[in-house]
Design a protein. Structure first.
Length: 432
């Protein structure tokens, strides 16, 4: 049957000295795509600015979007790091209206409302989120709440009842993302959100999120010089999270030929250069191809009504919900075992993944993929066993397995995978 591809990409891609959309890889993967009913790829991605020093482009990107007054949104650590903030301030120039250095990893609704108050004080018409996924998510939620005329307690009640917050019609305050980690949370239409009873907005703790194509950042600036300021202990875990996005994008049931191409190229860059991060440290020269690879594995994975995040991320959610282990560390521990499980039961496009990781000539592609992924993990000196991290003990595996199985991302598992609770428990036991 003829393969059909409907593609809509309406924002531009700008790279400083790099060819960030590998069209040869995209076309090669279109020929390899094996869907029987064709594929549809509709994606309105952000403008991408890549390369050391690219943060200087912030003024021009805001100008292109018609924005005059930007509020910088970040955590206190980033906000107190001159090596990050001074280039951001210089890049914004006269468009810097103010700063809100108060985001926290738990992404609370009350914190986002504090940010809205800062938007109003500074008369901001743009948000520049600097830091990790938490700050980017809080900025997105601030954009939503700023457009919502309901009282905060009604918004909290909706979050408690539905796990989400409805998004008003019309334009939202644009978000510009300047990531300083490698988790790959920036090219996304989704934002996580929690609420705690101490805020008086909910009666019990609530965890949820929002999803809308208008939450995609207007522009993303991937500046390796800023990423290099992040402690390596944070970077390596986030790198594993971003790396796994590329693996999942190739085997997910929601894959497309376009994401095959970008994820394949991104994985090749990450497989080659993440070990350098472990050996040589976080320098701009080491990180520049890593930032490019992280950008590519994200490209097109968060689309209207679907994502290519899949089984590994479902495991990450199950292992971190209620436990102290960081998401990227959880990924590092379980990803080789998850891949072994997938390859035991389905093809999971092992040959394409092997090619992307540079081991396409191996006699046993499945084994070669697991070994290549394990080598990246080990080069970053990340934990290898669940027993060595602040995660669940074996007596909790049944409950954790049920959480993983119920995770919405399991719907994106490779076609024909029929996962059971016993299967998930066995993976957890192997990882322990």
């Amino acid at each position: 049957m003829q393969h059909m591809l409907s593609c809509t990409v309406t924002r531009s891609v700008v790279a400083d000295g790099r060819n960030d959309i590998p069209w040869e890889s995209v076309l090669r993967c279109i020929m390899q795509y094996d869907a029987s009913d064709g594929a549809r790829f509709a994606y309105d991605g952000p403008t991408l600015r890549l390369g050391s020093g690219s943060v200087a482009s912030l003024d021009s990107e805001l100008a292109s979007a018609g924005c005059e007054r930007a509020l910088v949104v970040c955590g206190s650590t980033v906000g107190g790091t001159g090596a990050v903030m001074e280039p951001v301030r210089a890049g914004l120039g006269g468009r810097l209206a103010g700063e809100f250095p108060r985001t926290t990893p738990d992404k609370r609704l009350s914190n986002a409302y504090d940010g809205v108050a800062a938007m109003e004080r500074h008369d901001a018409d743009a948000l520049v989120a600097v830091g990790g996924g938490s700050s980017i998510d809080v900025a997105k939620v601030m954009s939503v709440l700023h457009a919502d005329e309901r009282p905060p307690d009604r918004v909290g009640a909706e979050l408690a009842e539905t796990g989400s917050v409805s998004i008003p019609d019309g334009d939202l305050t644009p978000v510009f993302a300047v990531p300083t980690t490698l988790a790959g949370a920036d090219l996304s239409q989704v934002a996580g959100l929690t609420a705690h009873p101490s805020s008086s907005l909910v009666e019990t703790f609530v965890s949820g999120g929002v999803w809308d194509e208008r939450l995609m950042p207007t522009a993303v600036v991937g500046d390796a010089e800023l990423v290099a300021t992040t402690p390596e202990s944070v970077l390596v875990g986030s790198a594993m999270n971003g790396f796994d996005k590329g693996l999942e994008t190739l085997y997910a049931s929601t894959r497309t030929p376009v994401t095959d191409g970008t994820a394949s190229r991104g994985l090749r860059l990450l497989a080659e250069h993440l070990p350098r991060l472990g050996r040589e440290g976080a320098t701009p020269a080491v990180l520049e191809p890593v930032v490019e690879g992280t950008t590519l594995v994200q490209y097109g994975i968060s689309r209207r009504s679907e994502t290519t995040l899949s089984v590994v991320h479902a495991f990450g959610h199950g292992l971190t919900r209620g436990y102290g282990v960081q998401q990227g560390v959880a990924h590092a521990v379980v990803v080789p075992h998850v891949l072994e499980y997938l390859f035991e039961h389905v093809d999971a496009r092992r040959e394409l993944i092997a090619e992307a990781l540079g081991v396409g000539d191996a006699a046993e592609p499945a084994t070669a993929v697991v070994e290549a992924v394990t080598a990246v993990r080990d080069a970053l000196d990340l934990p290898t066993q669940l027993r060595d991290v602040d995660g669940p003990a074996p007596e909790a595996f049944q409950a954790v397995a049920e959480t993983i199985l119920d995770d919405s991302l399991m719907r994106n598992a490779p076609p024909e995978l029929d996962a059971t609770r016993e299967d998930i428990e066995a993976v957890l036991e192997a990882a322990y």
